[in-house]
Design a binder for this molecule. Structure first.
Ligand code: AMP
Ligand code: MG
Length: 412
């Protein structure tokens, strides 16, 4: 049996970021940039007005006040989107709108509120210093500047700056195709009529959602029955993916054949069993040259193992530098007993409490109890060496979603 950290290292060592593809910036949200983006142009491209007002020469506003206005000839109107045709001379001004290019000769803009129109003239009531209300060419981005480095995650702000640079396509890391294989003679398809002794294959659906949540592409292979023949066939179909994830069939039972398949010629099993609870009987290896993780069958174990091992692996394939969920320290209300030597993950509801957080467990710890996962927004992570947690102690919580302010579920 190996530790969670060793298992994670072995899995991550076997995974590399995928190659690059060109995508529209409309499809780039959340993707990892595969190139340095340099500014092919300055933003803004030229000096322009930050206000609706009048473009003037500062010396012509000198001494202006409400009592002693300066009268200037209005020689032109420059709405946004037009180019000034005239140069501003002595005692002249141009009416200018926000964003419109500054005319030659002008070196400041007097805002509309400090002026009054008077026939073909304007009365200026305020003196302005050089550069007043002007956005300088390149003040946002200089031409040639590195704007977004390779490896950055594209957020809405990055999409905006790419658009303003005229970059409609960018290179990003490809999204991995993740094959999902459920195993078990007891499994029924979701839309089958309930039959005694059978349970719905819910894992394939939860895992599909988890894969999507990471930004990867799920490939549902369906249910493999607990026979060598069916498992080989289903795993063969899964080998066109970048990563294979199966559930069930990795314990020590007579029908747990996934490990046997991993040990066959052409495949490889790197490790089996991890010192964690839930999720102890996890297997990792490769089917052909495709990395493969055999998750335990219990719905909660499979989800928690996905969080610990598969999510970081997928994020690495996607090119992410940060592979892990956010961790916070939270005060636990009730004490917990724990077995020494295992890292334990406990489904929990974490809430903000003043400057910190408090956390409560969400009920039955059984690894088949999926509802306590539904009620959870975090996992309390208890280290291997711990044997118990006292009430009021600070514990480490891995956040599995961002819903810290989730309404408390009745009963908690
Ligand atoms: P196994 O590891 O194959 O022994 O599976 C352990 C338990 O997990 C089974 O008894 C089922 O109750 C449950 N299980 C296994 N596979 C699935 C699945 N695809 N969907 C829902 N529950 C499952
Ligand atoms: Mg099984």
């Amino acid at each position: 049996m190996i530790s969670v950290d060793e298992a994670l290292n072995k899995i991550l060592d076997a995974i590399s970021p995928l190659g690059l593809e060109k995508v529209s910036i409309l499809d780039a949200l959340g993707r990892v940039l595969g190139e340095d983006v340099f500014a092919g142009r300055a933003i803004p491209p030229n000096d322009n007005s930050a206000m609706d007002g009048y473009a003037v020469r500062t010396e012509d506003s000198c001494g202006a006040s409400p009592e002693t206005p300066r009268r200037l000839d209005v020689i032109e109107e420059i709405p946004a989107g037009t180019i000034p045709a005239k140069m501003i001379g002595q005692s002249e001004a141009a009416r200018i709108m926000t964003g419109a290019p500054l005319p030659l000769g002008a070196d400041a803009v007097v805002r509309m509120e400090d002026t009054r129109k008077d026939g073909d003239c304007v009365l200026v009531f305020a003196a302005v210093p050089k550069g007043w209300n002007i956005r300088r060419a390149g003040e946002d981005v200089r031409q040639g500047e590195k704007v977004i480095p390779r490896g950055a995650v594209i957020r809405p702000a990055e999409v905006g700056i790419l658009a303003s640079l005229g970059r409609s396509f960018v290179l990003v890391h490809q999204r991995p195709l993740v094959a999902i294989v459920a195993t078990g003679d007891e499994l029924a398809e979701i839309d089958e009529a309930p039959v005694e002794g059978r349970i719905v294959n819910s894992n394939s659906y939860a895992l599909t959602a988890l894969v999507r949540e990471c930004g990867a592409v799920p490939l549902q292979i369906g249910i493999a029955r607990d026979s060598r023949k069916d498992l080989v066939a289903k795993f063969r179909a899964a080998r066109r993916a970048d990563l294979i994830v199966s559930t069930g069939g990795v314990s020590a039972g007579d029908y747990d054949l996934v490990k046997d398949i991993m040990k066959e010629a052409g495949n490889r099993m790197q490790f089996w069993q991890v010192a964690m609870k839930p999720g102890r009987s996890l297997a990792f290896g490769a089917l052909g040259d495709v990395p493969a993780v055999g998750l335990p069958g219990n719905p909660v174990s499979s989800m928690i193992c996905f969080e610990q091992f598969i999510r970081p692996a997928i994020l690495k394939m996607l090119g992410h530098a940060n592979l892990f969920r956010r961790i916070v320290r939270a005060r636990i209300e009730k004490g917990i007993e724990k077995k020494k030597g295992m890292r334990q993950f406990i489904r929990a509801l974490i809430r903000r409490d003043g400057d910190g957080y408090t956390v409560v467990t969400t009920g039955d710890e059984g690894s088949g109890i999926l509802i306590s996962m539904v009620r959870a927004n975090g996992l309390i992570v208890l280290p291997e060496a711990a044997t118990a947690v006292e009430p009021g102690e600070l514990v480490t919580v891995q956040l599995i979603d961002d819903s810290l302010e989730r309404c408390p579920v009745p009963g908690f």
